[in-house]
Structures are given as structure tokens and as C-alpha cells.
Design a protein around this ligand. Sequence first.
Ligand code: PLP
Length: 383
Amino acid sequence: MIKKPIYLDYNATTPVDPQVLEVMWPYFTEKYGNAASIQHMFGWEAEEGVDLASTEVADLIGAKSGEIIFTSGTTASINMFIEGVCSAQSITESHIITCVTEHKAVLDCCDELEKKGATITRLGVDSFGLIDLAELEEAITDETRLIAIMHANNELGVLQSIREIAAIGHKFNIPIFSDATQSVGKIPMDVRELNVDAMAFSSHKLYGPKGVGALYINKKSNRMGAPMMAGGGHAGGFRSGTLNVPGIVGFGKACQLCQDQQEEETLRLGEFRAYLENELGEIEGVTINGKKAPRLAHVSNISFRNIDASRLIRLLKGLAVSQGSACTSSVMEPSHVLKAIGLSDDLALGALRISLGRFTTMDEVKEAVRAIKEAVEQLRSPA
Ligand code: PLP
């Protein structure tokens, strides 16, 4: 059998935890009811599974179960919420403030709204990937309907100051939406403390199944916007359609496991990353991007001067790592995030993103260091 590469791309997606798969299984076999079938036991069983999952997902972020809307993933949650907020008013009178280092899901959604007449401000970032809070406040106008700033960046792992951003927005009665796909389950999270009005995240980034996500909407701030999926009136009419019960049940279990394991995992992966960055930092012409900013413990974004990362990755056959963002890696352009923090094309195109996770071992990290050092040396040695 072919030996699989060492998986170091946990920011792209994570394997389903075996304990998650175990709780999902019965919902494919004997508990196959539709959660909306309120007349019989099959429906009640499915509904029970969804209710428990709502509580587990909500508990992980300090929300109430009634504040969670299940979707097919972060991209769906983002589009539903941002478009919903704008469509509830007049799109042409809607101004949204976002940031240049957002994931394409937010950037492209804003581009589409701009084509329909909305006004979009895309804030720049400093060399750490963080927005300037004074600039944010200056950008607010009478027509600002939403501030959409991500929590942890998917390429760098750096964390924006969401609490401070929310405080500025709320001073002007503007809701805050945050794409927290990379941070939920990885750091302690309390939506009340962060004071966000809405938040999006995906199950597959935290050891749950793919194709399931959540949109948290703070009940008190009441920023539901217009319903984006018309149909049978599911999820309070906001998101109609039969629920993906096995996926939702798995998502709930995955959240519960993160709740239990997050603290230990952060410490362990932080140690692994320190080793990785110390070792690779010894190579000449290496820059660790975002290193001085507050960032997630399991992510490392490393530029190798005068090295084309796609050639490097081709040599690293035993490793599964990412060049720039996984979601845009079919396009060979320097990453918009690395360009935004001021990297030259050379350093941006020479960057690897290594993201560790629950099943990463120290032996794997050591093997990755060895393989990267060897590949860099090979690319730099005269032919
Ligand atoms: N936002 C961020 C920060 C991400 O990292 C991703 C996926 O990589 C997404 C949004 C899109 O998530 P999904 O593909 O689950 O919809």
C-alpha cells in the first residue's frame, strides 16, 4: 500500500474524530427520520439529535441553543448573513466595512453586493495582519449596516481584536459579524465576551463532518436580516430545508470534544510549533509571517527567500502542507493575505502554511523539519 504523506494541513480541513463518526452512524441507519416530522417517533429521534447538537455547538461558544442556525458550512453562513442584513434594508443604501485579509467567502460576497449597488470599505492591515481601530472608526458612515471582520486568519492564524472592534461598532449601533471558522474549538470562545452579533464557523475545521456549519445570531441584538432560503419555514424561517441530521449530530459531538480537549491540545501543539519554527528559523532567508501578533498555537506561515513554494511542495512528497490558502491554491498568484501584510512577491510566493492538529505527533513534526531542510538545501544548491 502507498504510504500516505504526513498531514499538516489542518487549517484546510480536519479528519473526522472516530468518536464523532460513532455518534453519527445511527442517524444513517436506524434513526433516519426528518427532524421536521413532528407526527412520529422517527422525527422525534432526529429532532432530539439536533437539539442536543444545538446545545453542544452553543456551549462551545458561550451562546444559547436557540441562537444557532445550522447551515452547509461557513461560506453559506457568511452569504446568508451578510446578504440578509443588506437585503433587509436597501442594498444600494448599504455600506459594509470589512478587511482585505478576509477569506474569499467574505470578500467575494461583498464584491457581489457591490455590483448590486452596495458600498464596501476594505480596511488594510499592518505587517502583523491586524486592522487599525482608528481607521475602522473613521470608515463608519450613516449608511454603515455591518462590520465584518474575521477572528483568526486562515493563512497566518493571527487574531483580530474582535472585542475592541465590537465596542467601536456598537458605539454607532452597527452590528459586528465575525468569520470564526479557524478559531472556534481552537481557543476559548465566548460570544458574549467578544460581544459579536453574529458569527460563522464550520464543522469540518474542528474534527466534525464536512458540509455542516453554523451561523450564530445573538438573540438580543435581533439582527436576523431577511430570510435567505425560502421554503418550509425551518430555523425560524431564516434557513428553510431539511436538516442534515447525521452531520449536525456529528458537529455537536465534535464541539463537545473540542470543549474537553482544547486546552491540552493548544499547549501540546504550541510546543510542537515552537520546535518547528526554531528549527526552520535556522535556515537562511526564512521569515515567520505574523509571528509577533497574537495568533493560534497550531499554525505556522513561513517564507523561504528565493524559493518558489510550489517547487518546494513538489519535493516534499511525504508532507501534505499548503501554499497560501488552500481554498485559492489552484490559482498561482501570491496570496492576497501575504501581499496585504507587505511581503514582496518573492516572499509571498515562497511561503508554506503548516497547520498542526489533534492527531499530529512530535515524530511527524521532526520528520517535517528534516524533509523541509533537505528540500530547501536541494533547491538552493547549484545545479
Ligand atoms: N472562512 C475561513 C477563515 C476559512 O478558513 C474557510 C475555509 O478554509 C472558510 C471561510 C470557508 O469555509 P467552508 O469551506 O467550510 O464553507
